[in-house]
Design a protein around this ligand. Structure first.
Ligand SMILES: *Cc1c(COP(=O)(O)O)cnc(C)c1O
Length: 371
């Protein structure tokens, strides 16, 4: 049993709720944040198995017996080079389901088990659906996964294989989200966007980087962003490290979007508080083709308060980087290549002395034809 504690709260209405009731939004329908007061000590975690559960005290679960794990996390942080510069790339494509979404799914579905939940609903452009379906399979929880009809066939096959009920929704990613929200009225919404337990799984990305850099934060973290679940997790994790006195500043958070779907980059450039719904065009970076990011306001705030900014990349840049990476032996999905295309642009504008971390967010087998 853990002695740590916390609560859910709505930052807008200030309403607070206990962690032991199934709830994914506030009474006024607002997004919830999660406050958790557990921290870990560097020497203690070092002696533990190299999975994300080594940060157990910081993970919002009461009872160890509810942990649903496949040994996920502590992905390699590989020193490599781009543009003749040394950069660190975290190998997030090496998770059990092939994307970093397993960080969030492991923690969220463990919590669902702790709450005695028997069925969840979720919507995704693919990878979050794969992760939730896999962890539900291990937990013995039934799940309905809503995805846009046009999702990569490999992701659809993967979700089905885990025994999830797959609901294909015609139209846009936003129409899929609406269909899932409707279904979530009567069941638990295991959404990577709405449910804050997910972000308290992805925050382990920051903890691992800190350990792997020898107890340091990088100067910048360059990540592909759609709904911002990796970026917000990184923000929460590095903010923890700052509060615990393990770092003395946050890394600059650099969000990369496809120029064909860049609501956050546009809102940031115009210095507005929240993104507005945009018309998106098709992009091969399907994992970040999000026209209406639910936590848009939070993402803009996180990037601004870290001193970061947004970068947009073209379809040609994404395709070129994708091919280049494969010829170096790195088989990643186009969405992951979008992040690296943004990294290349960032490198052109920054001094050699900067320590820069990026990630391969998803595996190439997710969309084996490339594009
Ligand atoms: C989900 C995903 C992203 C982006 O995550 P967001 O939470 O939408 O910002 C990036 N790359 C891959 C491979 C993904 O699956």
């Amino acid at each position: 049993m853990s002695t740590n504690s916390g609560h859910l709260y709505d930052p807008l209405s200030a309403a607070a709720y206990p962690l032991d009731a199934p709830r994914w939004r506030s009474d006024s329908g607002g997004l919830l944040s999660l406050a958790w007061n557990g921290s870990w000590g560097p020497d203690v975690v070092k002696s533990r198995t190299a999975t994300l559960w080594r940060y157990r005290e910081a993970l919002p679960l009461a009872n160890d017996a509810n942990i649903i794990s496949m040994g996920e996390g502590f992905t390699p942080l590989l020193a490599t080079s781009r543009q003749n510069r040394k950069v660190w790339i975290k190998q997030e494509q090496l998770f059990p389901t092939g994307s970093y979404k397993d960080r969030g799914a492991s923690v969220l579905i463990s919590k669902a088990k702790e709450l005695g939940i028997r069925q969840v609903v979720q919507d995704s452009s693919g990878n979050a659906g794969c992760a939730i379906a896999a962890y539900c399979a291990r937990a013995g929880i039934a799940c309905d996964i809503y995805v846009p009809e046009k999702t990569s066939p490999a992701k659809l096959a993967q979700i089905r294989s885990y025994g999830a009920r797959l609901v294909l929704v015609p139209g846009t990613r936003e129409q899929t989200a609406l269909a899932a929200l409707e279904a979530a009225r009567n069941t638990y919404y295991a959404s990577h966007c709405w449910n804050p337990f997910f972000l308290h799984g992805t925050k382990t990305f920051a903890y691992e980087i800190w350990e792997q850099l020898g107890g340091k934060a990088p100067h910048a973290l360059v990540l592909p962003v759609g709904n911002g679940t990796l970026l917000l997790g990184a923000f929460i994790g590095f903010t923890d490290l700052l509060q615990w006195g393990y770092v003395d500043r946050l890394p600059r958070l650099i969000g990369v979007q496809s120029a064909n779907c860049a609501p956050l980059a546009q809102a940031f450039a115009r210095e507005v508080e929240a993104p507005w719904p945009i018309e998106k065009q098709d992009t091969i970076a399907e994992g970040i083709a999000i026209a209406e990011p639910v936590r848009g306001r939070e993402i803009l705030q996180a990037v601004a308060s870290s001193g970061g900014h947004f970068i947009t990349v073209s379809e040609e840049e994404i395709a070129t980087v994708w091919r280049e990476l494969a010829l170096q032996g790195f088989y990643v999905e186009p969405t992951a290549a979008a992040g690296i295309a943004g990294l290349d642009r960032y490198l052109n504008k920054t001094p050699e002395s900067e320590i820069i971390v990026s990630a391969f967010t998803g595996h190439g087998l997710k969309s084996p034809t490339g594009h």
